[in-house]
Write a protein that binds this ligand. Structure first.
Ligand code: TYC
Length: 116
C-alpha cells in the first residue's frame, strides 16, 4: 500500500465517526411596539373615536372606551404591531390629525406583549 493513500496514518483524516453539531435555527420572534395616543384639551372626542375605528379597526364601543381611558389617564394604547406597522400607523394618524387641524399626537414605543 502506498504511503500517500493510507488514511489511517494521516493525522487529521475523518473516519466518519465525528459528531456534527447541527446549527440552531437563527430565527426569533419580532420585537413588538405599541402605538399610543396622547391626550390633549382640544381634539374632539368624536374625532378620536372615528380615528380609532378607521386606523385601528376597533368597534365603536371599544374605540369609545379607549378614547375615554386616554382622556382620563393622559395616554393610552391603540394597538400592538411589528415596528414597521407601528411606525406607519403613527405617521398616518399624525398626518390625518394635522390635516384636520387637530393637535392630537400619536407615538409608538417598544412593548413586551404580543397582542392587545
Ligand atoms: N381630551 C379631549 C377632549 O376633552 C379628548 C381626547 C381624547 C383628545 C383622547 C385626545 O388622545 C385623545 N375633547
Amino acid at each position: 500500500m502506498s504511503k500517500m493513500n493510507d488514511h489511517n496514518h494521516v493525522p487529521y483524516f475523518d473516519h466518519g465517526d465525528t459528531a456534527v453539531q447541527e446549527a440552531k435555527p437563527q430565527i426569533k420572534e419580532p420585537s413588538m411596539y405599541q402605538v399610543v395616543l396622547l391626550n390633549d384639551d382640544y381634539t374632539p372626542m368624536d374625532f378620536v373615536v372615528e380615528l380609532l375605528e378607521l386606523f385601528f379597526y376597533h368597534s365603536r364601543e371599544k374605540a369609545t372606551k379607549i378614547m375615554l381611558d386616554i382622556h382620563h389617564a393622559g395616554k393610552g394604547v391603540c394597538g400592538i404591531y411589528t415596528e414597521d406597522v407601528a411606525a406607519t400607523k403613527a405617521t398616518l394618524v399624525n398626518e390625518y390629525s394635522q390635516s384636520n387641524q387637530h393637535p392630537l399626537r400619536c407615538e409608538f414605543e417598544p412593548c413586551n406583549q404580543k397582542e392587545f
